[in-house]
Design a protein around this ligand. Structure first.
Ligand code: TPP
Length: 355
């Protein structure tokens, strides 16, 4: 398993990538934005102000994988990767408005909070069925090569998704056609309540790559520099025609699967604590202090800044009206068929009577 930032703060100098100070600052800020969004999202759901939340705490380091791409490359996420969109410039306000399904929600209230896409930054809308994005991503990579575009694709999925039919189809396709793709499995140890040991009889998830004829790499998924190195090399290989890479990023989901899950039913507090000690944000923070890019105080200030910013965005988003019920029916048919018109009328009537 590749690791650059050791837990005690020491750095493996031989593997240390050359990243500019401004870029490292951006990574840190993006990760803090994501963590803060997570804290707020969980609270909003518990207060009954939004319907659902999908936490990312502990998995923020994946942001570095997107930093290894060109802006023109496409990202196909699962549902814990909106850090990639934030890194590429999706405004936080868009994500908060999507949480509330208000009139400013670019997805018109059609998705669960957190199932979010932004075509402006080539961040594809994830699908709820597990693993479907894998075939989309390798297909898009194949298409890009066919059209002679200098574009590769990056797809994220969980270790649970490696048991899906679409993983098998996607990996077979990528291996046979040597598509220009990077496939990142965020092994966060659980697929809802099912532990990773139940996803394979092999010792490691990364071993699955070999059977498809795909290069497999395993990295510490809480180490931004290791993820960056692996993704950078994989992206360069994909771009130069050397084929796909499967990266297993070993990490941990510290929160519940979603706001509808109770993880105390299947794992211990002690295990969560052990992983909290490997926190990806603290580890990057330590590195930034060592390199004298930020002082302890400046790091703290970034957390405060995002806390304040998100408080304001949430207040504004909550004040806006919810999307209209007609968005359930719109944008599908040029002319709405009679049976949908009837259903829309009946729904409007129900809304009038019951609020
Ligand atoms: C095809 C399919 N089967 C089952 C589900 C229900 N489901 C939603 S999330 C999930 C677990 C996925 O685990 P993993 O791929 O490891 O991702 P993680 O949630 O850990 O990030 C399951 C089984 C689904 N959405 N789609």
């Amino acid at each position: 398993m590749m690791r650059v930032l050791e837990l005690d703060g020491t750095i493996n100098k031989e593997l240390e990538p050359d990243i500019s100070d401004d870029e490292l600052k951006l990574w840190y800020r993006t990760m803090v934005a994501l963590r803060t969004l997570d804290e707020k999202g969980m609270k909003l759901q518990r207060q009954g102000r939004i319907g659902f939340h999908i936490p990312t705490t502990g998995q923020e380091a994946h942001v570095a994988a997107v930093a290894a791409l060109e802006e023109t490359d496409w990202v196909f996420p699962a549902y814990r990767e909106h850090g990639a969109a934030i890194y590429r410039g999706t405004p936080l306000k868009d994500i908060v408005n999507q949480f509330f399904a208000n009139t400013e929600d670019r997805q018109k209230g059609r998705r669960l909070p957190g199932l979010f896409g932004d075509p402006d930054v080539r961040f594809v809308n994830p699908s709820a069925p597990i693993g479907t994005q894998i075939i989309h991503a390798v297909g898009a990579a194949y298409a890009a090569r066919y059209r002679e575009e200098d574009v590769i694709t990056l797809v994220f999925f969980g270790e649970g998704a490696t048991s899906s039919n679409d993983f098998h189809s996607g990996m077979t396709f990528a291996g046979v056609f040597q598509t220009p793709s990077v496939l990142i499995c965020q092994n966060n140890q659980y697929a809802i309540s099912l532990p990773v040991e139940r996803q394979t009889g092999a010792e490691e998830i990364v071993h699955k790559a070999k059977g498809y004829g795909i290069r497999g790499v395993q990295v510490d998924g809480n180490d931004v520099l290791a993820i960056y190195n692996a993704a950078k090399e994989a992206a360069e290989r994909a771009r130069s025609g050397e084929g796909p890479t499967f990266i297993e990023s070993v990490t941990y989901r510290r929160g519940p699967h979603t706001s509808s899950d109770d993880p105390s039913r299947y794992r211990s507090e002690e295990e969560v604590k052990r992983w909290a000690e490997k926190d990806p944000i603290e580890r990057l923070g330590k590195y930034l202090r060592q390199k004298k890019i930020f002082t302890e105080k400046e790091l703290e200030k970034i957390h405060e800044e995002f806390d304040e910013r998100l408080k304001k965005l949430i207040k504004k988003a909550a004040e806006k009206d919810k999307v209209g019920i007609e968005t359930i029916f719109s944008d599908v048919y040029a002319r709405m068929p009679w049976h949908l018109q009837e259903q829309l009328r009946s729904l409007r009537d129900l809304k009038k009577r019951r609020g």
